[in-house]
Design a protein around this ligand. Structure first.
Ligand SMILES: NC(=O)c1ccc[n+]([C@@H]2O[C@H](COP(=O)([O-])OP(=O)(O)OC[C@H]3O[C@@H](n4cnc5c(N)ncnc54)[C@H](OP(=O)(O)O)[C@@H]3O)[C@@H](O)[C@H]2O)c1
Length: 211
């Protein structure tokens, strides 16, 4: 599958790397192909492609958005035409002062992204843990796979993203429509405070048990 990445820092680079290694054609959508983040991503995996943002996104079936939340508007509106009809995996989180919700709980970050590019199929995923878990998604002491919760409005887009999640080693859990994104963003804040403030392991993830 052809996949483009907008943002390839702590979150985007390991996901891009892993997706390329399992057989996808992954391209960094680069405003500046000589930037530090392009250089670092290519040092991690020299088989990643690099193209101008419009070209990378036009050619992709799935686009990952892994930019700082404040950069989302500039990043997606610049390629709004190319994003039309594309699956847009929103990996971003709005984080406010003292680990509050960055949009004061008024709406989710993903709803804001969807409003910026209404013709894209936004699926929120890869947000509920820190980047350490995207660098290595194996938890060998357990028989269950760690869960990756995701949500969005478009069923076919969610099937595609669920497949990618499974290929990356996670158990995909579709938690519903994009109205669930606000709750996933709070799960992120829960994880971040537990790990970054209270000292829990950054390799802590959740699992789903059913009967
Ligand atoms: N860090 C985590 O553990 C974690 C976990 C889950 C989700 N998230 C969320 O994931 C997102 C990315 O976090 P991160 O830690 O990966 O950030 P990061 O390491 O700072 O990387 C950000 C990336 O976005 C690019 N970027 C910045 N402004 C841009 C713009 N206007 N247009 C296009 N690209 C732009 C940067 O490229 P340049 O450097 O070339 O500008 C860089 O490649 C955030 O929204 C964060 O809340 C983070």
């Amino acid at each position: 599958m052809k996949i483009a990445f907008i943002g390839y820092g702590q979150v985007g680079a390991p996901l891009a790397d892993h997706l390329q290694r399992i057989g996808h054609e992954v391209t960094l959508a680069a405003k500046d192909p000589t930037s530090d983040s392009v250089r670092k991503a290519l040092a991690r995996n020299a088989s990643l492609g690099v193209a101008a943002p419009k070209d990378a996104v036009r050619d992709a079936e799935v686009v990952f958005l892994a930019t700082p939340f404040q950069a989302n508007e500039a990043a997606v509106t610049a390629i709004a035409d190319e994003l039309r009809g594309k699956i847009l995996v929103d990996c971003t989180n709005p984080v406010g002062p003292n680990l509050s919700h960055g949009l004061n709980n008024a709406q989710s970050g993903s709803a804001m992204v969807q409003a910026l590019v209404p013709d894209a199929k936004v699926v929120k995923a890869f947000t509920i843990y820190g980047f350490e878990n995207f660098e290595d998604s194996s938890y060998p002491a357990y028989d269950v796979r760690p869960v990756m919760m995701y949500c969005g409005e478009d069923a076919a887009a969610k099937t595609t993203v669920g497949d990618l999640i499974r290929q990356l080693g996670w158990e995909p859990l579709d938690v519903g429509g994009l109205n669930q994104a606000l709750h996933l963003e709070h799960m992120t804040l829960l994880w971040v405070r537990m790990v970054r403030v209270d000292g829990h392991s950054p390799n802590m993830v959740w699992a789903v048990l059913k009967r």
